[in-house]
Design a protein around this ligand. Structure first.
Ligand code: DAH
Length: 338
């Protein structure tokens, strides 16, 4: 004769193994093993059983509980595997995937990186300053008088509070000297802004690498050697480099540098790429005034400075006919530099 607990166990096992989904399985678990489940009810009943019956029922109860628990786990695993198999069957692994579009650096970024790498080999450190500047850093400290045409509103973007967008990166010369005593050997790559009429060679935003070297007995020979080396690294050893006397308020003497190279589209024509010169003593004096010391005593220290037009260099090097291409975000243009 079978005990009712055994019948209960067999009924539970049959029901569990036939469960079609996870919900019915869970309902079966609750019905048999839940707090008010029929197997649990037998535990309650144990108390009222006779001494002889207790061990028999106890044993059957344990068997029932572990058999049902094992069946629940087994069926749950079976249902999960079936669900996974169904999901996989719907998946078409022959479909092409979503391609990863690989971008590339903007030609101006590539140009700046190349320029920076050459100066770093010569021991220049990187310096930086803000795009939004005050008049003092942009003009006064650079020995540029109030009536200088560069300061006029038609040339410079002024903000309502009298600050401005820096018209050149030479501001970083001042910021660097304010922050540290000589010797100084830095470059400052960055953007500059002017209210130029926009055309193929003029843009309201353009890019420069500023350079400043201050030490004992720095001479025009150092300036010339440094920039000739830079330009020949960039355009090839046969590049012609010409220094033309020029005027900048913050250097004396001042030069503009032209290059020509047969490897370039421009061929035999000289192209202006850089302004430079020996730091004007008035600039050192103004920095001293701001620092409140005499760290940049013009009797002890000399220096050279330069500002390279990086858009211009990129246009020459990559043979780009129009500066506006840099900012138009035209992929047909940009992909040529990938
Ligand atoms: N700041 C000048 C410009 O934007 C370029 C320049 C000239 C920078 C001479 C210098 C320099 O550091 O010494 O036209």
């Amino acid at each position: 004769m079978t005990h009712p607990l055994e019948e209960l166990r067999e009924a539970a096992l049959a029901e569990i193994s036939a469960a079609p989904n996870e919900q019915t399985l869970e309902a079966a678990r609750v019905r048999y093993l839940g707090r008010n489940g029929s197997i649990s009810a037998w535990s309650e009943r144990m108390k009222s059983l006779s001494k002889e019956e207790k061990p028999i029922v106890g044993k059957l109860l344990n068997q029932a509980r572990s058999a049902v628990t094992a069946a629940l786990e087994e069926t749950q695993e079976k249902l999960r595997a079936a669900k996974e198999a169904r999901a996989l069957a719907e998946l078409d692994i022959s479909l092409p995937g979503t391609p990863n579009e690989i971008g590339s650096l903007h030609p101006l970024t590539q140009m700046l990186d190349r320029g920076i790498a050459i100066f770093r080999r010569m021991g220049f450190a990187l310096a930086e300053g803000p795009d939004v500047e005050d008049e003092w850093h942009c003009f006064d400290a650079l020995n540029t008088p109030p009536d200088h045409p560069a300061r006029a509103e038609q040339d410079t973007f002024y903000l309502p509070d009298n600050r401005l967008l820096r018209t050149h990166t030479s501001t970083v010369q001042i910021r660097t000297m304010e922050a540290a005593p000589p010797p100084i050997r830095v470059i400052a790559p960055g953007a500059a802004f002017r209210r130029d009429e926009v055309d193929a060679t003029h843009s309201a935003q353009f890019h420069q690498i500023e350079g400043l070297y201050v030490d004992k007995r720095v001479s025009v020979a150092d300036l010339k050697g440094t920039l000739e080396f830079f330009l020949r690294e960039l355009f090839g050893p046969e590049t012609g480099v010409r220094f033309r006397p020029h005027y900048f308020p913050f250097t004396e003497p001042s030069f503009e540098i032209d290059v020509k190279s047969k490897t370039l589209k421009s061929g035999e024509a000289w192209i202006e790429v850089c302004g430079c010169g020996m730091v004007h003593p008035a600039v050192f004096e103004e920095v001293n005034r701001a620092r409140g010391d005499a760290a940049y005593d013009p009797e002890k220290w000399t220096g050279f400075a330069f500002g390279l037009g990086m858009d211009r260099l990129a246009m020459i090097l990559f043979d780009i006919p129009d500066i506006r291409l840099f900012a138009q975000n035209d992929l047909r243009f940009l992909r040529q530099f990938a």
